[in-house]
Write a protein that binds this ligand. Sequence first.
Ligand code: SF4
Ligand code: SF4
Length: 201
Amino acid sequence: MKLPSLLQPRIIKEAIKALIKGPYTSKFPFKPHTPFERFRGKPEFHHEECVGCGACVQVCPAGALSLEDKGDKRILTVRWDTCIFCGNCQANCLTEKGIILSKEFDLATTGKREELFQSIEKELVRCSFCKEIIAPSDQLIWVAKKLGTMLFSNTSLMLFYLSKEKLAEIKSLPDKELPTLRSDRFHILCPKCRREAVIKS
Ligand code: SF4
Ligand code: SF4
């Protein structure tokens, strides 16, 4: 005969354990709840560590991450109402620390659901001639540091890095749309304009 569920040995064992050790459940929201160590809460951008590369946006399966280039700024946004807390963004972050899943789980809001987001801005570097976006400034600095002495094989990157370190000055621009002179090579150029500069000079 099947015992009523409350009299089953497993249930009695668990009840005695709970009486001695206290209940498994927490008293949230009356008392703060501490999530377990590997809990995946809402992802947050860390402005100092993020270089604005956009890799996380590419791998987000839920479309919770977005990127918009506006003028000289790249705006990265994470929407917590769309996020499925998979951790793909953190796992694929270029710097490994640009976006990290926090232990925050409480998404309750008295406002609108649309307010559940975080945005950060990154400065963009554009080609001196055609104004095409090259990359965010922080990403170029990150790559330059990774390259070390090999940085000198890429003129645009080297010029940008040296100017940021105040070791070089970017010369004023000639009033033209495409590089045609040999001296034009010594500007921050996108790959297309660099090709033009090399071919035409
Ligand atoms: S945790 Fe997953 S769903 Fe949420 S922002 Fe990161 S990649 Fe997108
Ligand atoms: S550095 Fe990391 S967080 Fe920032 S845009 Fe790139 S992948 Fe995303």
